[in-house]
Design a protein around this ligand. Structure first.
Ligand code: HEM
Length: 515
């Protein structure tokens, strides 16, 4: 009997303990949510409806409309909150707060959501890794983008740009056409050659489906990132897109793994030693591609190398193509700027005006670089830099950004700050002249992000964009289109990359036909 009572008591005790712990856990969660809610509520934001918050303002699938909605939110303050049901999103535009958020050591994390979404494609690549894995990879990958390596790539940028200018002959008749398709193919060929030493020849009509796959993967990732329902794995698995994504991803991984294996075998057979990127002479002689340096470094497994190169494919093709398209669009509206770019090109190329771009030419294209910088101030190819803080952060207005909250630094808004850029809607490349750049707040211009996770490929991107644009502009004149920039701006998409779904339309004429 005594035993029975003890067992009964034990059962009751156990049930009470479990229930008590569950209640305590629930109370702790409610308390944490309440504290977060209290802090977030003090941040200005658009009025929402009870429970759903601002979710109804967004139209699923209409990324251009959603971009307009976020632009409207900017009117609420320098930092803005929006509620997606019980989940807040904080949009940060204030440059001092950005400095606190991405300029600090604890701001290395893009958070679990972004990491999870990108991991399937990018594995442990820089985009989707965190903590010590990211630190180790960043050091290695950064060395592959050394100046001694990049300067060898200009010949490749130039070779592919010349193929591009040949292709443009068929459409340069003064009629409007979508330039994105042409430049996009060029940036794919460039990346496959400079990363894998593999000639995809997408511009010549080969492997076109591979390029399409990569664009579609980016597109599906964008849809998931911007549609709260699709962020959930179970909901996503119920869609047709999920199967398509798995199929495309597996094809892309298979192709990239094969390219890596082939290059690894030939590299290891040739028994080349470790490539020292600081040794300029050796780099000029051996002309390594990104993959060679990763293999020779020996610290990353083939699996990790695959992740890094897939990341480069995703991060470094559409972004650079978009940049070039936006510049051509800006030049179509600002003819006097186009003329000034051409004057610089005449000074650099003189009598041999149509020769290929060489590495030394790129650093002399100072005004073209100003034009690129001003274009991606007004039309940034990547509009968000995403972070999730480990600790609470005090913002400039006394509000608190709670740890763990989904935080988006809205590049588009940052670049329209009249304190840093007076009359911010006006296109003026002089803003980036050496004198005018002096003293500007370091976090007021962030097309490539900032801080420890700043874009690892930004010098590569600028050098490639200058080569492509120089090759086009010396052969073709971009015809005037009034209001071209605002037409593109109106169709920018709220996605990973902003390029309008319908493309970027310009009109070209060969320069030799000009009177
Ligand atoms: C104009 C073209 C480009 C733009 C506008 C751009 C923009 C960006 C931005 C905004 C970020 C996020 C930075 C942050 O979180 O602070 C980023 C990250 C990154 N970009 Fe780029 N990018 C461009 C070209 C490239 C190219 C050509 C490559 C490589 C070939 C590349 C590779 C990467 C990688 C690997 C990261 C992740 C860095 C990390 O988390 O450590 N990007 N880029």
């Amino acid at each position: 009997m005594d035993n029975l009572i003890t067992i009964e008591n034990m059962k009751v005790f156990l049930v009470l303990t479990i229930c008590g712990s569950a209640i305590l856990l629930l109370l702790a969660k409610i308390w944490k949510f309440f504290r977060m809610w209290q802090s977030v509520s003090k941040i200005p934001g658009p009025p929402g409806v009870p429970i759903l918050g601002n979710i109804l303002e967004f139209v699923p699938g209409d990324l251009a409309q959603n971009f307009r909605v976020v632009k409207k939110f900017m009117k609420c303050g320098r930092n803005v909150k929006a509620w997606f049901g019980p989940f807040p999103i904080i949009l940060i535009y204030d440059k001092d707060d950005i400095q606190k958020i991405i300029g600090t050591k604890q701001a290395e994390s893009r958070g679990p959501l972004a990491t999870k979404l990108l991991k399937e494609v990018c594995l442990n690549g820089l985009f989707s890794s965190e903590g010590n894995v990211w630190k180790r990879h960043r050091k290695i990958v950064q060395s592959t983008f050394h100046n001694n390596v990049l300067k060898n790539f200009v010949d490749n940028f130039s070779k592919n740009s010349l193929i591009l200018t040949e292709r443009l002959k068929t459409v340069a008749d003064g009629e409007s056409f979508d330039i994105f398709r042409y430049i996009g193919d060029c940036t794919f060929d460039v990346l496959f050659e400079t990363a894998f030493a593999y000639n995809m020849d997408i511009q010549k009509g080969c492997n076109v489906s591979l390029a399409k796959n990569i664009l579609r993967i980016n597109d599906i990732l964008t849809q998931r990132c911007t549609n709260p329902w699709l962020l959930n794995d179970t909901m996503f698995r119920l869609t047709k897109m999920s199967k398509e994504f798995a199929q495309l991803n597996s094809i892309m991984h298979g192709t990239v793994a094969k390219l890596i294996e082939e290059r690894c075998n030939s590299f290891r057979e040739s028994a080349k030693g470790k490539l020292d990127v600081d040794d300029a002479d050796n780099m000029t002689k051996s002309k390594p591609v990104l993959l060679d340096i990763l293999i020779s470094d020996g610290q990353l497994s083939d699996y990790d190398i695959r992740g890094e190169l897939l990341t480069a494919l995703l991060a470094g093709t559409e972004t650079t193509a978009t940049t070039c398209c936006y510049v051509l669009c800006a030049l179509s509206e600002h003819q006097q700027v186009q003329e000034k770019v051409l004057e610089e090109q005449r000074r650099i190329f003189c009598k041999d005006f149509l020769r290929p771009v060489a590495a030394e030419d790129v650093s002399r294209m100072v005004y073209l670089e100003q034009v690129i910088k001003e274009t991606i101030r007004i039309l940034p190819p990547v509009i968000f830099v995403h972070r999730q803080m480990d600790e609470d952060t005090l913002l400039h207005d006394g509000c608190v950004l709670p740890a763990g909250v989904f935080t988006l630094i809205f590049t588009y808004g940052v670049h329209r700050d009249p304190e840093a850029f007076p009359d911010p809607d006006r296109f003026d490349p002089e803003r980036f002249s050496p004198e005018n750049t002096l003293g500007r707040h370091p976090y007021s211009y962030i097309p490539f992000g900032a801080g420890r996770r700043i874009c690892v490929g930004y010098k590569y991107a600028l050098s490639e964009a200058k080569t492509i644009l120089s090759s086009i502009l010396r052969r073709y004149r971009v015809l005037e289109t009034k209001g071209a920039v605002s037409a593109v701006e109106d169709k920018l998409q709220l996605g990973i990359i902003t390029v309008p779904k319908e493309g970027v339309y310009i009109k070209l004429l060969p320069r030799e036909t000009e009177i």
